[in-house]
Design a protein around this ligand. Sequence first.
Ligand code: BES
Ligand code: ZN
Ligand code: ZN
Length: 451
Amino acid sequence: MARENLDENIEIDKSYCEEDVKNFHFTNNIKVLFLGAGEEGQPEAEDLRMGIHAIINQTNDLKISRLVIVSMDGEGKNAASLRDIAETCVLSNYQFLTYKTDPRKKENSLKKISIYSTDKGAANLVKEGYLTGTVTTIARDLVNEPVITLTAVELANRAEKLGKEFGFEVEVFNKKKIESLKMGGLLAVNFGSPLPPTFTIMEWKPKGAKNKKPIVLVGKGVVYDTGGLSLKPTGNSMDFMKSDMAGAAAVIGTLCGAGALNLPYHIIGLVPATDNRPGQNAYTPGDVIRMYDGTTVEVLNTDAEGRMILADALAYAKKYDPEITIDLATLTGAAVIAVGTLGIAMMSNASEEQKNKLKTAGFAVYERLVELPLWKEYKDQLKSDIADLKNIGGRNAGSITAGKFLEHFTDYPWIHLDIAGPAFLHGAEGYRGKNGTGTGVRLLLNFIENY
Ligand code: BES
Ligand code: ZN
Ligand code: ZN
């Protein structure tokens, strides 16, 4: 479903309309009751989402075009549910049809969903859910877009466009500016590409923001990862690497959400972007690169490129004196091995309180975080003979040594989220769908809303 049409497709403010509900003919309608939801250890909200997803799926299978959901809970009781229902409707009915010659042939039959409730605040809740769902699909669209169209420059252009639409400021550094700033990591990864890198800065700063120091979000924007000269092996390890900018997509989607929900917090988003290719001038194993903060890095694998560009962005983030910085990156295959598609590997030097807030958000939206340690001994694996650091740490603890590498470039409370597993799905998993999932958007929005 194209975003432009969503407003027509999903009715978002049909709340409290008793007459309507009374006159509604329930014959020939399928009534679904969510009874016994909430298995042990499983939040009811997730059961509800999966239930809604099942209904949306069925509705499309049956070629039905119109769905009415009547929430029968008592006043105030279903407040959170209404938002979840609306959000899941948007997520479940999402399709990426940009490249279907005749999209109508493939389009879901479900065109309009109305949500009825006797709850007073229903209209707002449904609208909020509609918005968080919609900005998640913006991230999905970006992830699903191939690199032939979504170059680093185009990613920055999209951010600019979305900034205008959702009301946040966007500044884009071009290659010249990146060179003058000496962002050595981003430039090195870009050496093998015929196309220039970009560094995008987004800012949402509402009047009377509750936080004095900003929340900084950093997203890995590798618009395609071939591995560079350390080329990825044949098989299927490269074919979905258009998704290596899913961290960037999550940050952009979150900024959109902050604008859409008018969140009362000062937020900054940083997206370093380039493709990683083995072109003529590509950076090579053995090269020593001087990074933005002056650290020298011996490159021993050009496929460990995410940390090279993130290091510059994390060092750049110091100038904002952030209250907390959260980076999101499809950083390591080891994270996929460790937690699969169900979890996000988290590493952090922040306080227990800050970490717990994010973990709570993760459980609420069901983008669950698994914390890995950043014990100091792991840094020994990054010792280089000739430079300050090397960019790989060997076979053991691959996600952690990547995290240790990033930590070197921070001097503020920081949380690293390795979303390599859940960012892109090779088979549908409920309302998260197939391909780009928009992982991170709902997590960050929930975290910031409850900050
Ligand atoms: N983009 C990949 C990580 C990745 C793998 C994301 C699978 C999603 C699914 C990253 O740039 C990479 O290639 N990492 C290497 C690091 C290694 C060379 C130290 C990896 O994980 O193999
Ligand atoms: Zn790589
Ligand atoms: Zn990568």
